[in-house]
Design a protein around this ligand. Structure first.
Ligand code: PHE
Length: 453
């Protein structure tokens, strides 16, 4: 337990690993379909505001807690406060990581399934939207397909976390992230050459302000939390592998920039195709699975693009699931003295078991509903809509009010002295956001997501 804590091998290693956690299905699968359901450009505008005004300040706060305490979410709060309540908030993050991982891996499994179909060429048969939607329906209705792919994906995740921070997570991210970026850029450029793709650009970047309403704002804020992996200690845990020499605000800006750019590039890819093939943008979660096969089937070299795309998407999902399992693992290693390898095997297996009812929610258990939701929807709702915002709220309150801001000021300046010498007002700005703006907005989101507002 007392062996020295591993640290990131390099500055860029941390940024890529944290961006790897942030960039995932949230950007490529969830962001486009939410944009499609919430008016396109209007949603994107509010989303970017949320990232700038709340996401980045809370991200800095979360990483700072981890770097200062050098521990998992629970251990970090134990180092920093005697408040049992806050130890519980850390514990909620570990539970949230466990629960998010269980349903996220189901969707991640689909991407692996589509990758197999892309490789063997069968995906290219779905050349019109109806056929592609029907195919998605047929696949997700097969319990064996769903569970098998969940297991495959969890084994991949466990494999990477098993090898530890530098050898596993950092090396994996260093290779995967740049590859993903290049693949997405290539797909975007192709998408833009399609006839009619400009309508997609218009939809994404020419806002119809009348579309902004409270639902759009709520969807955008919730998505900012989910997409930036905030509120459950993933970024805190990654921050715990940082040293005082690392520049937290600048790293956070990079992470936010990479996360947002991948979402927007993915949006351009998807919507150029959606509009070029005359499809409907607001079909919801099946959006990428029903639109992309159509274009892959039609385009020259479609086989390569299909393979590359689903490969990239699987990698993006993998770097996110790795961060989720890492939170759970770090807790049992730091707090309970477990060996990393044992923690990965035991808790990875338990998450897989919890994922099975989620994988069956699209078939065998489709009619099994608790408060009107399938098991998948319920775990997704409780973790993303409740636990993340609650965690984010208390992180903002802790750093803004409880920790002692004079201390916080000195801590956040470590590694970023020059930045704050040049722009001293940044600290005051950050303090106001953490004390007032972020908590109030998060409370509004939270209350409305459980139907009170
Ligand atoms: N941010 C990840 C994504 O966009 C999901 C995630 C949420 C990962 C919370 C870790 C913690 O796909």
């Amino acid at each position: 337990m007392n062996s020295p804590r591993e640290h990131w091998g390099s500055k860029i290693g941390f940024i890529l690993a944290a961006a790897g956690s942030a960039v995932g299905l949230g950007n490529i699968w969830r962001f486009p379909y939410l944009a499609g359901q919430n008016g396109g450009a209007a949603f994107i505008f509010v989303y970017i505001l949320c990232v700038l005004a709340i996401g980045i300040p809370v991200l800095i706060a979360e990483i700072l807690i981890g770097r200062t305490a050098q521990k998992n979410p629970v251990g970090s709060f134990k180092v920093l406060t005697t408040s049992k309540f806050y130890h519980g908030i850390g514990g909620m993050g570990v539970v949230a990581g466990f629960v998010i991982l269980s349903f996220y891996s189901v969707v991640a499994g689909w991407t692996i399934g589509y990758l197999f179909e892309a490789i063997n060429g069968s995906l290219l048969n779905y050349d019109v939207a109806e056929k592609a939607s029907e195919h998605f329906f047929v696949l997700t209705h097969d319990p064996v397909w769903n569970v098998l792919l969940l297991v495959v994906f969890m084994i991949l995740t466990m494999g990477i976390v098993y090898f530890g921070v530098q050898k596993g997570i950092e090396l994996g991210s260093k290779i995967m992230m740049p590859l993903l970026f290049v693949l997405l850029l290539g797909l975007m450029i192709y998408g833009l050459t399609l006839d009619g793709s400009y309508k997609g650009l218009d939809y994404l970047f020419n806002p119809d302000w009348s579309k902004i309403n409270s639902d759009v704002i709520l969807a955008a804020l919730g998505q900012a939390f989910f997409s930036m992996s905030l509120g459950m200690g993933a970024m805190l845990t990654y921050g715990s592998y940082l040293t005082k020499k690392d520049n937290i605000p600048v790293s956070s800006l990079w992470i936010a920039f990479l996360d947002t750019s991948v979402a927007i590039i993915a949006g351009i890819c998807i919507f150029s195709v959606v509009f070029a093939t005359g499809q409907n943008p607001d079909v919801g979660p099946s959006l990428i699975f029903r639109t992309l096969p159509v274009v892959f089937a039609k385009m020259p070299g479609g086989w390569y693009f299909a393979v590359f795309f689903f490969f990239a998407l699987s990698l993006a999902a993998l770097t996110s699931t790795v961060s989720l399992l890492e939170v759970v693992t770090a807790y049992f290693v730091d707090e309970k003295g477990w060996k990393r390898k044992n923690a990965v095997i035991v808790f990875g297996s338990l998450v897989t078991l919890l994922g099975i009812p989620s994988a069956l929610s699209f078939n065998a258990l489709a009619d099994f509903k608790i408060i009107g939701k399938t098991f998948f929807d319920l775990t997704e709702f409780i973790s993303s809509n409740l636990m993340l915002p609650i965690g984010g709220f208390f992180i903002a309150i802790f750093v803004g009010w409880l920790w002692g801001f004079d201390k916080v000021k000195l801590l956040v300046k470590e590694g970023s002295e020059k930045l704050f010498d040049k722009f001293p007002w940044l600290i005051i700005f950050w303090k106001i956001i953490l004390r007032f703006i972020a908590p109030v907005l998060i409370i509004i989101v939270l209350l409305s997501s459980i139907g009170i507002l």
